[in-house]
Design a binder for this molecule. Structure first.
Ligand code: SF4
Ligand code: SF4
Length: 357
């Protein structure tokens, strides 16, 4: 199914590899396997090496879909859109943790290692930067406060040239309530690249630069502001409602937060597809009421952690996961289990307010 059609039918599924994930081997495997089970879009770091790894993975999937018979591609392989992400200010998705292991006491039981979902902290040494995706869990775990965070900041000058080099199908801008001006500036930089985009995704939750969370109505008002800018620029929006950013995406509770945000924003939202994110997992679809208006979902931490044990096993064997028949079969089964319910979703669940833009 073409990605635009998937959006219109409420069957859109995006894989989030992570805006600060630079684990190239894992990115290539994730993109290969999730492309094969039919995701519509893959969101990777705005980085030449990460984009190249994603493209290799998608090309691998295309080759293997032609060799096989996969039900996900009955009309032939439909490559997912490639999306890259920027932010218009401080944002946890663009940070990485680090510490100097020489400062750690030798008898430290390494609670930082235990809480890291990306296995970026081993039994010795510091943070493996390629694996860290900035979830922030390790920082409060260190009793000595040794762990620091660094943000990746894209300068105004760098964005147009970077995009012209990467040539993605879509761009996402992570924004916050109260950052309308910064969003407008970032958008200008994206436009200056001259790269034609199928969609401009706007990722936003209830956090704001200021005290306390905002209301759903305030969030909708901010989205209308972004909508006006996108319309002026001739870009089609995709609203990514970030229910619980960097939540780890495992429990039903986090899935509820994403669904609740979408339901709360929908009555006031501007035109364009509304997509769940932040806390999404295998429970998300069942939590959506009929006629929810959700055009689709983005899976991040959940999609990655599902395959993580197999990725580690492949790494131990020294052969990419996608190239090992036994592990690949297991991985495709897990990925299919997450994606397929959305691909098979009934029209009824989208409701009458289909995305119009
Ligand atoms: S816990 Fe999160 S922030 Fe810390 S190293 Fe692991 S992935 Fe990075
Ligand atoms: S918890 Fe702190 S002191 Fe202990 S290993 Fe981790 S960074 Fe070092």
């Amino acid at each position: 199914m073409a990605p635009e059609l998937a959006l219109a039918r409420g069957r859109w599924v995006k894989l989030i590899c992570g805006a600060s994930n630079h684990d190239l081997a894992a990115i290539e495997d994730l993109c290969a396997l999730y492309s094969l089970v039919g995701v519509d879009c893959i969101d990777v770091a705005a980085d030449p090496a990460a984009v190249a790894a994603a493209r290799r993975g998608i090309a691998w999937a295309e080759t293997h879909s032609q060799q096989g018979q996969l039900e996900e591609h009955p009309q032939g392989f439909q490559p997912p859109w490639l999306m890259v992400s920027f932010s218009d200010g401080d944002d946890p998705h663009f940070r990485k943790a680090s510490f100097d292991p020489r400062l750690c006491p030798s008898d430290c039981p390494r609670p930082c290692q235990r809480v890291c979902p990306a296995l970026a902290i081993g039994a010795v040494g510091g943070v493996e930067p390629d694996r860290c995706y900035g979830c922030g869990r390790c920082r409060p775990a260190c009793p000595l406060g040794l762990i620091e965070e660094r943000q990746t900041v894209f300068s105004a000058e760098a964005v147009p040239a970077l995009l012209a080099e990467l040539r993605p199908d879509a761009v996402e801008i992570h924004t916050r309530i109260g950052r309308g001006r910064a969003f407008g500036l970032r958008l200008q930089q994206v436009l200056a690249s001259g790269v034609p985009l199928r969609r401009l995704a706007v990722s936003c939750g209830l956090e704001r630069d200021g005290p306390g969370p905002a209301s759903a109505r305030q969030l909708a008002a901010e989205l209308w502001h972004r909508f006006a800018l996108l319309r002026q620029a001739g870009l089609r929006p995709l609203w990514q409602l970030d229910g619980r950013p960097m939540s780890g995406d495992v429990g039903v509770g986090t899935a509820r937060a994403a669904v609740a945000l979408l339901q709360a924003v929908r009555p006031w939202a501007p035109p364009g597809p509304l997509q769940l994110a932040g806390g999404t997992n295998g429970a998300s679809l069942a939590l959506l009421p009929d006629h929810s208006g959700a055009a689709g979902v983005a899976f991040g931490g959940m999609a990655r952690s599902l395959l993580q044990p197999l990725l580690l096993e492949a790494e131990a064997r020294g052969v990419p996961l996608r190239e090992q028949v036994d592990l690949r079969r297991q991985a495709l089964g897990l990925a299919h289990g997450l994606v397929a319910p959305w691909r098979q979703r009934r029209w009824l669940e989208l409701g009458s307010a289909a995305p119009s833009s």
